[in-house]
Design a protein around this ligand. Structure first.
Ligand SMILES: NC(=O)c1ccc[n+]([C@@H]2O[C@H](COP(=O)([O-])OP(=O)(O)OC[C@H]3O[C@@H](n4cnc5c(N)ncnc54)[C@H](OP(=O)(O)O)[C@@H]3O)[C@@H](O)[C@H]2O)c1
Length: 263
C-alpha cells in the first residue's frame, strides 16, 4: 500500500489550454503538478491558483523532449510524496507549411513531443492511476480526423493521439483507468504563434476559448467519455471522412491553408 498522495500531472501548463486545465483541476480539489519549459509562466499559473484559495500547484520546469525528462517527472512526483491519479498530456505544437519545406528537425521535434512523450507518460504511471481509480486526458485536435496538407506532420501526430488513446482506453478498462481524448477545434493561444499562423483568421463559429475547451475536457474525463469535441460546428469534423472521400478532404484542407500562406 502506497502512502503517496494522489495528484494530477499536467504537461504544457504554462499557457493556453493547459493553464486552463490546471486551474480547473485545482478548483475541483486536485493536487496539481505543472510541467513545461517556461518557469516564470508556470509560477504565474501556480500563483494565480494559490491566490484563488487553492493549494499552490507543484511546478517542474523542463523540456519534455530532453533525454530522461519523463523519468525526471516521475522523480519530481516521488520526492514530493505524490503519485499520479490523473495524467493530462496537453503539451504539443504544430507547424504551418509543407513537410518538404519546413525544417526537418523541427518536425521531428514535434513528433517527439506530440507522440513519443505523450505515449511514454500515458503508460508510465498506469499502476498508480489504477490504484487511485483515475485516468488519462490526452489532448488531440479536430486535425486528428482528417488529412492536413499544409500541416501534414501535425495532423498525423494528432491522428496518432486519437487512435492510441482509443486503443489504450480499451486496454485499461479492466484496471478501471479512464482514457479520454480531447479534440479541440481552433483556440486562440500560444499555438498560433509557434505554428507560424498568428495572423490567420478562423471562421468565428469554430473558435472556443481555452477555458471552454478545458471545461469540456475535464467533464468528459470525469464522466468517462471516450472522445470530446468541444463546440457544435467542430462536431461535424469527425463525420467528414464518413461523408467524403479522403482525397477530396485533403484537397479542401489544402485549398484553405493555401489561402493563409503559400504552402
Ligand atoms: N490552440 C489550438 O487551436 C489547438 C487546437 C487543437 C489542439 N490543440 C492542442 O492543444 C494543446 C495545447 O496547446 P495550446 O493551444 O494551449 O498552445 P500553447 O499555449 O502554445 O501551449 C502549449 C504548451 O506546451 C508546452 N510545451 C511546448 N513544447 C514543450 C516542450 N518541449 N516541453 C515541455 N512543454 C512544452 C508549452 O510550454 P513552454 O513553452 O513553457 O514549454 C505550453 O505550455 C496542444 O497539444 C495543441 O496541439 C490546440
Amino acid at each position: 500500500m502506497s502512502a503517496a498522495k494522489p495528484a494530477t500531472l499536467i504537461t504544457g501548463a504554462s499557457s493556453g489550454i493547459g493553464a486552463s486545465l490546471a486551474r480547473l483541476f485545482a478548483e475541483h480539489g486536485h493536487d496539481v503538478m505543472l510541467a513545461a519549459r517556461r518557469e516564470p509562466e508556470l509560477n504565474a499559473v501556480a500563483d494565480g491558483i494559490a491566490a484563488g484559495g487553492h493549494p499552490r500547484p507543484h511546478v517542474v520546469a523542463l523540456d519534455l523532449t530532453a533525454p530522461n525528462a519523463t523519468q525526471q517527472l516521475g522523480e519530481a512526483l516521488r520526492t514530493r510524496g505524490l503519485e499520479p491519479q490523473y495524467v493530462v498530456n496537453n503539451a504539443g505544437f504544430g507547424l504551418l507549411g509543407r513537410a518538404e519545406t519546413l525544417d526537418c528537425a523541427d518536425q521531428l521535434a514535434m513528433i517527439d513531443l506530440n507522440v513519443r512523450v505523450l505515449t511514454d507518460l500515458s503508460v508510465r504511471f498506469v499502476e498508480s492511476l489504477a490504484r487511485h481509480r483515475g485516468g488519462i486526458l490526452n489532448v488531440a485536435s479536430i486535425a486528428s480526423f482528417i488529412p492536413g496538407p499544409g500541416m501534414s506532420v501535425y495532423h498525423a501526430t494528432k491522428a496518432y493521439v486519437l487512435s492510441f488513446s482509443e486503443g489504450l482506453r480499451r486496454e485499461l478498462k479492466p484496471k478501471g483507468v479512464r482514457v479520454t481524448v480531447l479534440c479541440p477545434g481552433p483556440v486562440l493561444t500560444g499555438f498560433q504563434t509557434r505554428a507560424g499562423m498568428c495572423d490567420k483568421h478562423y471562421p468565428s463559429g469554430f473558435l472556443r476559448s481555452a477555458d471552454q475547451v478545458a471545461r469540456e475536457g475535464y467533464e468528459g474525463l470525469m464522466k468517462g467519455r471516450s472522445t470530446v469535441v468541444p463546440g457544435m460546428q467542430n462536431k461535424i469534423v469527425p463525420w467528414l471522412p464518413r461523408l467524403l472521400p479522403r482525397a477530396m478532404l485533403a484537397d479542401s484542407v489544402y485549398a484553405r491553408l493555401r489561402t493563409w500562406e503559400d504552402v
